[in-house]
Design a protein around this ligand. Sequence first.
Ligand code: PA5
Length: 452
Amino acid sequence: MILFDYSNLLEENVKEHGLPKNFIERHQGLIKEAHHILSKGLPFIDILYKNDYLSSIKKFSRENRGRWENLVVFGIGGSCLGPLALHLALNHPFHNIISKEKRDGLPRAFFLDNIDPELIFGLLESIEIKNTLFLVISKSGKTSETLAQFLIALERLKDLDLKRQVVIITDPERGPLRRICNEEGYTSFPIPPALGGRYSVLSPVGLVSSALLGIDIDALILGARDMAERCKDIKDNPAYVFALSHYLLYKEGKNIHILMPYINALGGIADWFCQLWAESLGKRYNINKEEVFCGPTPIKAIGVKDQHSQLQLYMEGPYDKVITFLTAKDYRSCVNIPTFYPDITDISFLGNHTLNELIKAEQIATEAALTSERRPNAKFVLDRVDPFNLGGLFVLFEIATATFGTLCKINPFDQPGVELGKLYTHALMGKPNLDKEKEEIEKFLKRPIYQV
Ligand code: PA5
């Protein structure tokens, strides 16, 4: 079960920075309009029901159980943040350090969503290639970063059992990676064509690594479906209430949206959310091709550590933010704080409590402090962090993003703004047929430089 508590977004708690208590009824028209558009079908919901790849993923993970020391995932953006978020949320916080027995025979996991040579060199130095399974994830099959990683692995693997050690997740029909799969017979899983990268976590993109890392993918899908059913209704729909409240506050200038888990393991969910919110909602043009320069800025914060880095700004900086906490009813471990130094009250008051009580107290205190400063804040409460609820949370945020985009009348499913940088990179790297981009980037490199 996931609840969205929006009490502290209301005027009665944060005064002129909040929304009227009846904001949902007052804006029923907007929600009905968005609901009408979204009910026509959403690819990230459709895949929850049309997923015939599920049994082959489970079979593949069963066959590979205990076989590998390491799982290396190559992918970037939507092809990495979801699978990584799942691993961080549901596996041991020190998964790669604990013994293989304690890991239940599961491989260590490395998600490589960067091409910094120091990172790749460091990884290759640290793992035994022959004991490693490589998962290459790219919807387009054309992403330079992922392809470069793939080529580097291929070279290291060439004298080994390449076909057994590389698995490719890509479009079922198109793109260079699919061509390689067809021609060379790698194990592969399809990414449904209609699905955009950042909405693909509950497809093979997120499910294959999750299954290989021991996560119950059936429960993930069940939780996702449960949320999809819940969100079919206009009434009591947490995705719509999250989207509508954030949209109305955004229109009032609150254009910085912070997601702040108070569960360390959910840090990856905040990274995933930031990509979803930024890439989906940051748009120059609306659907009528008018210039709108739309888009709230998402920020990740982690409780409690960012109380000691970002909170000062949220308490006393400009009134341009909405903070959403991500919490659970309880933690999956309990740690007692022992009693020492009975004469030093600054220390002794902590004794006879648990870390669970301390972190809860800090979360409530932060909520109360922000509210007393009239800073709008809300909270998601999961009854527990498990695959079922995470499946639900992904779908909730995906529907909320599509809803926010629809309310803004922009297309939340494309990302035209990232193309130019890609073309310039390709031109710099000598890809043919990019004369115009080559000329432009060379002009850029020749501009006057001012340095101190
Ligand atoms: O959300 C998106 O569409 C992007 O972040 C992509 O996932 C990212 O660019 C990687 O693309 P691909 O999976 O085609 O390699």
